[in-house]
Design a protein around this ligand. Structure first.
Ligand code: NDP
Length: 299
């Protein structure tokens, strides 16, 4: 039976380290990390995420500011606010909660954030830093960064030399940065997607299998190489009329079947999903350390 990679425990460890390192930074320099979260409109899932980010930031000892803008906010006004936050020395991480309303170009908004405060790691500069292997100066998208922490813990090593990794999914926010992080850690990486031929056979080659597809339980137990480390990024709602909510949340991997074959595996819920906000806090602290001219901790 596979070892369960517990997102609750690993995310709590990351947050403890962020808290301790924040106290140290404040003690040594007086500089308090600051995060600004911007949300446009009333989308209830987004409001939930924004509240949880603000709460975690305060727990870490950060200054936390939330800008709640009405849905009819113009693109120009949003860009003006981002410009002000870019110039604000008390803010080290800027996060615009996506999606933004249709009349706003999200690409323009993301690229307007200063690369040095882009803790989501979506700006072209940070994508370029990651792909050229400059991890010391890059901000990396939080979900793949959190997945990497889990992989390193599960395998007990930072160096993935000699291991083959398969990432299923090629999105800009998960699949591609995940593949680049694995490559930077010396894994031999394959990126699979909807046009890949014989996906089960490709997956079976993986010592490390990362699923970032968005299709409930698509990856079956017999797609998993015995002993593999399986990271399930998927978050999918499926009907469950017999439950109170009427749905349950499952990953992209058939957990019950895969845990019989894998060496280690993340559950859904309770896995990668819990790492994202923790890594956002880690990135904001790293940004503040850089602003203070101090060596940043690694996570
Ligand atoms: P996208 O929809 O942007 O990308 C999905 C990828 O999966 C695409 O590259 C697509 O291929 C590929 N794909 C789709 N169908 C198949 C198939 N049948 N076989 C092989 N590949 C396929 O999703 P995201 O990357 O944004 O998210 C993926 C999952 O991760 C979702 O469930 C999402 O909810 C979850 N997620 C979780 C986060 C968290 O834990 N905090 C954060 C972000 C996402 P192609 O490019 O060819 O279309």
């Amino acid at each position: 039976m596979a070892e369960r990679i517990d997102g609750k425990i690993i995310a709590a460890q990351v947050l403890e380290k962020v808290k301790a390192e924040t106290a140290k930074l404040v003690g040594e320099t007086g500089l308090q990390p600051g995060i600004a979260v911007v949300i446009v409109g009333e989308d209830s899932a987004s409001q939930f995420y924004v509240r949880s980010k603000g709460k975690r930031a305060e727990e870490c000892g950060f200054k936390s500011v939330t800008h709640r803008l009405p849905a009819e906010t113009s693109e120009a006004d949003l860009l003006k606010l981002i410009g002000e936050l870019n110039d604000d020395d008390t803010i080290h991480g800027i996060l615009v909660q996506l999606p933004v309303p249709d009349h706003i170009d999200d690409g323009k908004v993301i690229q307007a954030i200063s690369p040095d405060k882009d803790v989501d790691g979506f700006s072209f500069v940070n994508v370029g830093r990651l792909t050229t292997g400059q991890l010391g100066s890059a901000f990396v998208p939080c979900t793949p960064a959190g997945s990497m922490v889990m992989i390193r813990q599960a395998l007990g090593t930072d160096d993935l030399s000699g291991l083959s990794a398969v990432v299923v999914g090629r999105s800009n926010i998960v699949g591609k940065p995940m593949a680049n992080l694995l490559l930077a850690a010396n894994a031999t990486v394959t990126i699979a997607h909807s046009r890949t031929k014989d996906l089960p056979a490709v997956c079976r080659e993986a010592d490390i299998l990362v699923a970032a597809v968005g299709r409930p339980e698509m990856i079956k137990g017999d797609w998993v190489k015995p002993g593999a480390c399986v990271i399930d990024v998927g978050i999918n709602r499926v009907d469950a009329p017999d439950t109170e909510k009427g749905y349950r949340v499952v990953g992209d991997v058939d957990y019950e079947a895969a845990e019989k074959v894998a060496g280690s595996i993340t559950p859904v819920p309770g896995g990668v999903g819990l790492m994202t906000v923790a890594m956002l806090m880690a990135s904001t602290l790293i940004s503040a350390c850089r602003a203070a001219g101090k060596e940043a901790p690694t996570f």
